[in-house]
Design a binder for this molecule. Structure first.
Ligand code: NDP
Length: 288
């Protein structure tokens, strides 16, 4: 007696059922293409979001995560205009909305001009991911004052100045989300990263203070503290250094930019409306 065809077989496809991973992968791919948009959690529909340092690495992933969840994303860059254009056009190709804006976060005047201008153009600014950052590593005795100043200007003053400029629109609208990018080294330290760790720790203090200052205006302010993530910033590490590093990560691997972006998307969403002044550690268990 002929075996009854499976549902799969009746649709003209091979009669053996594909493995469960096939369905899972198809679902994820369709979600990424926007087919199941309504099913994605942490929507930010209709919001205008600025991601500083959105042209590469973690910032790029944040742009994509926010755009996939319905925000119009402004991709900031300092040198990588072409890369920023590619991020924006990639978002456009997936059915999202994006624009680019170039300014140096170490230049407070440039920040004010650019952010005022984009608020005029888009009518509002609801979400800021203050992600742009640099690292300059050196042992304390070899540390140069100019590196210390450069790190401070970009990582600390830059993030705070962006928050100050962006918050004007958020205060008016009585709705806003500010997410600062810190680092696991802010909390555990790292030999050779004194200046960088200091800037990333400063961000936590700033975020907690702004969180208290803006809570009455329904503007939340939080921090994401990534562990070691595969981006250009960590690309200079040798395979041996990476191997050593992974040994101290309980989850046994480095993180991905998408994993950091997912945390940012959550903190930017309506669902995170009662979370403020929080440091969300996304570090594979490196510091708990
Ligand atoms: P990348 O070096 O890969 O990317 C840095 C991004 O910041 C680029 O888009 C760059 O723009 C932008 N940028 C740098 N300086 C400025 C500036 N002065 N003004 C405007 N934009 C600027 O870094 P990551 O993606 O790895 O890091 C992003 C953030 O995450 C940083 O704050 C970093 O400290 C933090 N972080 C990273 C970790 C990691 O392991 N990668 C771990 C913990 C924290 P352009 O393309 O124009 O140069």
């Amino acid at each position: 007696m002929a075996r009854r065809k499976t549902l799969w077989g009746r649709h003209g496809l091979p009669s053996s059922r594909p493995p469960v991973q096939f369905y899972a992968r198809a679902l994820v791919e369709r979600a990424a293409r926007g087919v199941y948009k309504a099913a994605l959690m942490f929507r930010v529909d209709g919001k205008i979001a600025l991601v500083t340092g959105g042209s590469r690495g973690i910032g790029r992933a944040c742009c994509e995560a926010l755009a996939d969840r319905g925000a119009t994303v402004i991709v900031n860059y300092v040198k990588g205009e072409q890369a920023a254009r590619e991020v924006a056009s990639g978002i456009g190709a997936r059915g999202g909305k994006a624009d680019i804006v170039g300014f140096d976060v170490a230049d407070s005047k440039a920040i004010d001009t650019a952010i005022d201008d984009l608020i005029k153009r888009h009518g509002q600014l609801d979400i800021l991911v203050a992600n742009a950052g640099i690292s300059v590593d050196s042992l304390l005795l070899r540390m140069k004052d100019e590196d210390l100043e450069k790190l401070w200007a970009t990582n600390v003053r830059g993030s705070i100045a962006c928050a100050r400029a962006a918050s004007r629109s958020m205060m008016r609208k009585r709705w806003g989300r500010i997410v600062f990018m810190s680092s696991v080294v802010a909390e555990i330290g790292n030999a050779g990263q004194t200046a960088y760790a200091a800037t990333k720790a400063a961000i936590i203090g700033a975020a907690k203070s702004i969180a208290r200052e803006y809570a009455s205006r329904n503007v939340t302010v939080n921090v994401v503290a990534p562990g070691y993530i595969d981006t250009d910033m960590t690309a200079a590490m040798t395979p041996e250094q990476k191997e050593q590093l992974v040994k101290i990560v309980p989850l046994g691997r480095t993180g991905t930019a998408r994993e950091i972006a997912a945390a940012c998307a959550y903190l930017a969403s309506e669902e995170a409306g009662y979370v403020t002044g929080h440091v969300l550690r996304v570090n594979g268990g490196m510091y708990v």
